[in-house]
Design a protein around this ligand. Structure first.
Ligand code: DX5
Ligand code: ZN
Length: 216
């Protein structure tokens, strides 16, 4: 099975997003990864719904929305209105994660739970059957272009085992420092979806890079 590729537009040119969205549309990318940051949960601010409303109109690819914000449950309707297929919320931002996951499903989206590098996979045991996907952060969220944290490979293996033993169908996505080299090892470890920002947008030929990742 080929991995799914979800380019993160955090590394795109915000002054010319239409061109970068066109590139994604013409590429082998499966999804579009959208990073929303609030300056509270993470030490950076990206973009919000007034901007994303127009970005969403520029593609028919499924939107994979990654909320790096406190109280993500407040924005379920806004994410739904974007036409998002997947809504990723952080484990660390949701004391009532089970409720949030149900609310995302009720809104007609696929729920995913994201864990930071310091959050163990084992904490997902009681929620793994309720989620469509787990997103393992392989950098501390907040910025593109950071160095891949090696322990993510072990976490993918551990998560794969947890999914198997619990009879869950959850997919495994990895985000942060993903390039051709780390991507290959992540897929070997069991990852299903690769998010990549700088590796794609800083490549001489971004479309070709997406194709290479797809064929890893
Ligand atoms: C980081 C974001 C990522 C980011 C990845 O907080 O969640 O999606 O865009 O960027 P790269 O691929 O450059 O590490
Ligand atoms: Zn992300």
């Amino acid at each position: 099975m080929k991995p799914l590729i979800s380019p993160s537009i955090l590394s795109a040119n915000f002054a010319n997003l239409a061109a970068d969205m066109k590139m994604i549309n013409e590429s082998e990318a499966d999804w579009v990864h959208i990073d929303i940051m609030d300056g509270v949960f993470v030490p950076n601010i990206s973009f919000g719904f007034p901007v994303l409303k127009y970005v969403a109109e520029l593609t028919d690819k499924p939107l994979d929305v990654h909320l790096m914000i406190v109280q993500p449950e407040k924005f379920i309707q806004e994410v739904k209105d974007l036409g998002a297929e997947i809504m990723n919320v952080h484990y660390e931002a949701c004391p009532h994660l089970h409720r949030v996951i149900q609310q995302i499903k009720e809104a007609g989206m696929k729920p995913a739970v994201t864990i930071n590098p310091a959050t163990p996979v084992s904490l997902l045991k009681d929620i793994i059957k309720d989620v469509h996907m787990v997103l393992i952060m392989s950098v501390n969220p907040g910025f593109g272009g950071q160095k891949f944290i090696e322990n993510a490979i072990n976490k993918v293996k551990e998560l794969k085992a947890l999914i198997k033993e619990s009879g869950s169908n959850a997919m495994i996505e990895v985000d942060g420092g993903v390039n051709l080299e780390t991507g290959k090892r992540l897929i070997e470890a069991g990852a299903d979806v690769l998010v990549a920002g700088s590796a794609i947008f800083k490549a001489t030929d971004p479309k070709e890079m997406i194709l290479k990742m797809k064929n890893l």
